[in-house]
Structures are given as C-alpha cells and as structure tokens.
Design a protein around this ligand. Structure first.
Ligand SMILES: [Zn+2]
Length: 130
C-alpha cells in the first residue's frame, strides 16, 4: 500500500556550479511529493493517518520555507552573516537533485518513504527513489 502526500515550500538559493542562470540568486516554489510504502493495515483499515505523516514530514520540509538556502562553502554565506540575514547552510550545492536526496534521507530516518519528487518549476522536477 502506497500513500502519496504533497507539500511545498518557498525558498531562495543559488548554485554556482550549475551555469550562469542557476548561479544567480533566485527563488522557487518547491513542490515536493512524497510516496510512502506500508505493508500493514490496522484493524481500522488505515496504514498511517495522513495527519500523522504530516506531523513528521511537514517540519522537515517547512524548515526551509521562506529562507535562503546556501551551500556551506558559498562565499555569500559570509555576506549573509555580516548582514545578520537569516539563511540555511547546507553541506552541498543546492541543486534540485541534492535537495531531493537530502529531504528524502531526512524523512527516511522516521518514515518508510520510497520516492520523492521535487519540482523547482512547473516544467522541471527530480524523481528520486533512494
Ligand atoms: Zn534554482
């Protein structure tokens, strides 16, 4: 039995290793779709309540909401620090691929996630299945 849940967050980022366009500071509405796989249904006919999935998954995804995401080695982090501007430092270039893998692994620590889809735009998304 698989359950699919959709989430989203808004964030700014840049990826200096992915060409001029992605290297500029910009933002996305990240649409995240998580697929969970369960092997058992309880006596009430439920695998896991959608709301219980949300209680674990939403804080993981929403921690990035309305923040600027920066690779920890991006020199821009120093500017953000000097300006006292909040941002989230990540141990990887903030490509959609890396974000999908990172979020997938964070969720996998607590839930049986088997697939994540992360879309940066209406036409482009990453599908990661672990
Ligand atoms: Zn981008």
């Amino acid at each position: 039995m698989k359950i699919e849940k959709k989430y989203h967050f808004y964030a700014g980022h840049r990826n200096k290793t992915a060409g001029e366009k992605c290297g500029r500071m910009h933002g996305h509405t990240y649409d995240v779709t998580c697929t969970f796989k369960f092997t058992e249904i309880n006596e009430n006919g439920v695998t896991m309540l959608f709301s219980d999935l949300d209680k674990i998954t939403e804080p993981i995804i929403k921690q990035y909401d309305h923040y600027f995401l920066l690779y920890e080695k991006d020199p821009m982090a120093e500017i953000f620090e000097l300006a006292g501007e909040p941002y989230i430092s990540l141990p990887f270039q903030t490509s959609a691929e890396n974000m999908a893998i990172w979020i997938f692994n964070e969720i996998k620590k607590q839930l049986p996630i088997v697939k994540i889809t992360l879309a940066e735009t209406k036409t482009s998304k990453i599908i990661y299945e672990g």
